[in-house]
Design a protein. Sequence first.
Length: 295
Amino acid sequence: MKNSDKTRKMQALLLLLDDPDETVYEAVAAELIKESPRIIPKLEYVWENTCDENCQNRIEVLIQRLHFKENYKKLRIWSKQQDPDLFEGFFLTSKYHYPDLNIDRIERKIEEIRRKVWVELSNSLTSLEKITVLNHVFFNDFGFSVDNENHYSPRNCFVNQILETGKGNPVSMALLYTIVANRLDLPVRFIDIPKTPLLAYVDRKIAAKVHPAGVETDVLFYINPANKGSITGRRELEYQVKRTGLEPSVRYFEASSSRTFLTRLLEITEKSYELNGFREKTADIHQMISVLNHK
């Protein structure tokens, strides 16, 4: 189709957005959803220049669907990478709720945290001492903590809100902590334990020296971001798993993938939306979870 024909078709579709016939609107919406987010400014222009509340509501829904389609596409690409970047994944999931989220502003805040930790680190510090420094800056200087009073608030799931309020849920807080740690070249990874996820400090060489014979693991120790980065050893974790009635599983002791980490975040996001009455959003989040688990 020629550009002039495309332009005329688009103009015709936009003019039909206020058609009172729902059948006509559904046909128009189906065509517009096929387009890229580049048409959003055109939709916004129509919204600003109409007094028809129903038309405005339709446009708002269309814009949301276009944003979701684009974000879903990017998340699918992310999930297919061999070792996807955690920050990119966290940013994409946050953009679902905040489509105009500014990545540069988020990056600057994370860099501020990273740099404050970095100036206090040195090669002479042990792995445990480095995590102690990170904990002090992250939890004391910047005041990050788990929001125990409003655990399932949707805002606790999004990186911009966590950086602004200092509050998150156990998964989102663990995710932000891991991003900062990794940018300091600290080998922190996700441990997939139900309800209270832990992080692992991974160092195969040192782990082989400190663990008793028969224990084959790359994990040196475990970190609990929900408790200000408290440190847990292998034996303590084995006891915790046994006490909570969980069946022994490698996943409770060894590092999981970035996809699993992001899946757990989306699962708690889905539940948060549901508990707070945003049921229409749960279907979208479920689709995002599915794309991460697609083989």
